[in-house]
Ligand binder design. Structure first.
Ligand code: V47
Ligand code: SF4
Length: 364
């Protein structure tokens, strides 16, 4: 559908970018910056929507899933994180295998995907995680287990004095199917040193994902934006993900995560506007030409903004979630979970066709 005349994009300085998008050509780093500098976010959104329609038509995917956080105790102390607690601090928790099973057994819907992440706990052994994964797979053999960020995998390897590849293989044997995309934050090392100095570097994060791809596992990827990073840092992050995907091809979905400011040690003078969030989601779609899906994560974006994102390049609405802590500790005002009917209503409400999927994006 032709929404804007071609002069419109030319006048916005996007004539060349538009031609590349229409011809399916790769955008350069400079194109990415041009999209951030364009005075009109709607022009950027229109290009991303065009690409999203070419890839997925008017489908918007969702999954019946459940998030479980096994602990909030973490040794990393990232300054943006409102979720972490120190060992012995009030409010700290560690779930047992039985606690995890009670959460899954108590859910209104049996999940197709279980998303398990937590803090980097100083003591939990790999056997604890193997035990949880195999118990879930035994009770729910068809579930897709999307668990542990690359940062957690690197942490387990350090505690166990082994390699990340060995950790991935052992967890895969226990039932791990794919890695979620968290922990990528922003790849620029000088920003990482200010935000999360104890966390894996960009190179380590990318290496773990590429090892997982080599083991035939799918993974997701994220970018945390709207804090102290520059537009160059965002484009650099997207280009590095695109290059990593060129090497291994295992990324399924990209999740742009706007920084939520409450209860963190990081104060921001100019928080993101809604339109700048949408622009960043749109640019993600346009730059990541080799990653099939872009997620509008309604928990962090808020439901209305996630609906708008489906017209700015995103094609996935994530899922039922059930219980969410990381965003809600940081001020997310969305519900804890949504029903299948609510998800479908949200998706149809903005003119898209809801399509239920599994964790690998197979339609069900
Ligand atoms: O890694 C932490 C981010 C991530 C804040 O792979 C924050 O399908 C905003 O990665 N404001 C965890 N973000 C969430 C995540 C995720 C969520 C849904 C689906 C998938 C997937 C992955 O949340 C962390 C960090 O980057 N985060 N604190 C905050 N204050
Ligand atoms: Fe720990 Fe993750 Fe929070 Fe960083 S973002 S402090 S690694 S829980």
């Amino acid at each position: 559908m032709q929404i804007f005349k071609s002069d419109y994009f030319k006048n916005m300085g996007l004539g060349g970018v538009r031609a590349k998008v229409e011809n399916g050509e790769r955008l350069s780093f400079e194109d990415g910056l041009r999209l951030f500098e364009c005075p009109e976010p709607l022009a950027v959104g229109a290009l991303a929507h065009q690409m999203r329609i070419r890839l997925h038509g008017d489908k918007a995917f969702y999954v019946v899933n459940q998030h479980v956080n096994y602990t909030n105790i973490c040794i990393n102390g990232c300054v943006f994180c409102a979720y972490q607690r120190e060992e012995g601090q009030d409010g700290g928790f560690v779930l047992s295998k039985e606690d995890v099973m009670v959460k899954l057994d108590g859910a209104a819907l049996t999940p197709r995907e279980v998303h398990i992440v937590g803090g980097c706990h100083p003591k939990l052994p790999l056997a604890y995680f193997e035990d949880i994964l195999s118990a879930i797979k035994e009770r729910y053999p068809d579930v897709i287990l999307k668990c542990f960020t690359a940062v957690e995998i690197a942490h387990f390897a350090r505690l166990e004095k082994t390699t990340t590849k060995d950790v991935l293989s052992r967890l895969k044997t226990a039932g791990l199917d794919m890695l979620p995309g968290g922990g990528a934050e922003i790849f620029n090392q000088s920003i990482r040193e200010q935000l999360c100095p104890r966390k894996s570097t960009a190179e380590e994060w990318l290496a773990v994902h590429e090892e997982a791809h080599a083991l035939d596992m799918k993974t997701n990827c994220t970018m945390l934006f709207g804090h102290i990073e520059t537009m160059e840092d965002r484009v650099d992050h997207l280009v590095r993900l695109r290059e990593s995907q060129d090497r291994g091809g295992g990324y399924t979905c990209f999740i742009p995560l706007p920084f939520l400011t409450e209860n963190s040690q990081l104060s921001i003078e100019n928080p993101l506007t809604g339109l700048e969030e949408l622009r960043t989601i749109a640019i993600s779609r346009l730059m990541l030409d080799n990653i099939p899906h872009i997620k509008a994560y309604w928990v962090m974006l808020g439901v209305k903004q996630a609906q708008a994102a489906l017209k700015f390049g995103a094609d996935d609405f994530d899922g039922t979630v059930v219980e969410e802590k990381i965003g809600h500790e940081a001020g997310a005002t969305s519900e804890q979970g949504m029903t299948r009917i609510e998800l479908e209503e949200m998706i149809t409400g903005c003119g898209c066709t809801p399509v239920e999927r599994d964790g690998f994006f197979n339609e069900v």
